[in-house]
Design a protein around this ligand. Structure first.
Ligand SMILES: Nc1ncnc2c1ncn2[C@@H]1O[C@H](COP(=O)(O)OP(=O)(O)OP(=O)(O)O)[C@@H](O)[C@H]1O
Ligand SMILES: [Mg+2]
Length: 239
């Protein structure tokens, strides 16, 4: 059974059809890439999966169970967590405190503060922020703040992580480091990722399969090689 199944999801904002009958599934342990020009609906799809937005129609299933319309905290506790395109840490507090808050949020039963702090420290170490855990989040570089977003998602204990443009704005060496970090996380923690990325080389190297979207619709779904040669994808993406 697929870990996650997106079944015929549509969502309109006024006259804009942000998502139009999106259907695909993601296997456990897969890195699933989502590409599409600005406004394609990628972030909206993440918001639907994570429960921040209710779809107009369609279903999201987690291990065969319908989670459509559940509150974001409930979905997080069932094991789906996301990062945000615009990083939004609590700037005044440290990286460790930021990740601790996420650990508390993701926990089913009231966890001990100590347990949450430990989970947070492990997550920060896993994304390479171990040495900076006591720095205020606002003092981290952009790359550090993107890593903190990932650490916060990991701290919740979720096994499926939705990453919204964690490489945007990074330098090429930082992108390479991020690719290595994500590969390591999948390998060490058996995580499943859905990855939205405009950095095409990164998306294509990391993903097992890629879904190309355009103005809310599915254009093509396949392995990276197929997608990068697909005529409809090239037309939608590069004009
Ligand atoms: N809360 C909202 N209210 C109204 N329209 C919205 C809302 N959120 C998204 N949209 C519209 O839905 C469409 C899809 O937006 P979305 O942010 O999902 O695209 P995206 O693929 O993430 O784009 P980008 O690559 O720029 O991040 C756009 O036309 C956008 O303007
Ligand atoms: Mg977006």
């Amino acid at each position: 059974m697929a870990l996650l199944e997106i079944r015929d999801i549509s969502k309109s904002f006024g006259g804009i059809r942000a998502l139009d009958q999106i259907t695909f599934s993601v296997e456990e342990g897969e890195i699933f890439g989502l590409m599409g020009a600005n406004g394609a609906g990628k972030t909206t799809l993440f918001a639907v999966i994570a429960g921040q937005i209710r779809p107009g129609s369609g279903q999201v299933l987690l291990r065969g169970e319908c989670i459509t319309g559940l509150r974001p905290d409930r979905i997080c506790r069932r094991g789906i967590s996301r990062t945000f395109q615009i990083v939004r840490p609590f700037g005044g507090v440290t990286a460790l405190e930021n990740a601790t808050i996420s650990a508390l949020y993701g926990s089913d039963s009231p966890p001990s503060r100590k347990g949450a702090t430990e989970a947070a420290a492990v997550a920060l170490e896993a994304v390479g922020l171990g040495a900076q855990k006591d720095r205020p989040a606002s003092e981290l570089t952009l790359s550090g703040q993107k890593r903190l977003e990932i650490a916060r998602a990991l701290s919740t204990g979720a096994g499926a992580i939705l990453l919204d443009e964690v490489m945007a704005g990074l330098t090429p060496p930082e992108v390479d480091e991020m690719i290595a970090t994500l590969r390591g996380l999948r390998h060490d923690r058996k995580l499943t990722f859905i990855l939205v990325e405009h950095v095409m080389s990164a998306l294509m190297t990391l993903s097992d399969r890629v879904l190309a979207m355009d103005r809310g619709r599915m254009v093509a779904l396949g392995v990276p090689d197929e997608i990068s040669r697909n005529k409809d994808v090239l037309k939608a993406y590069f004009g």
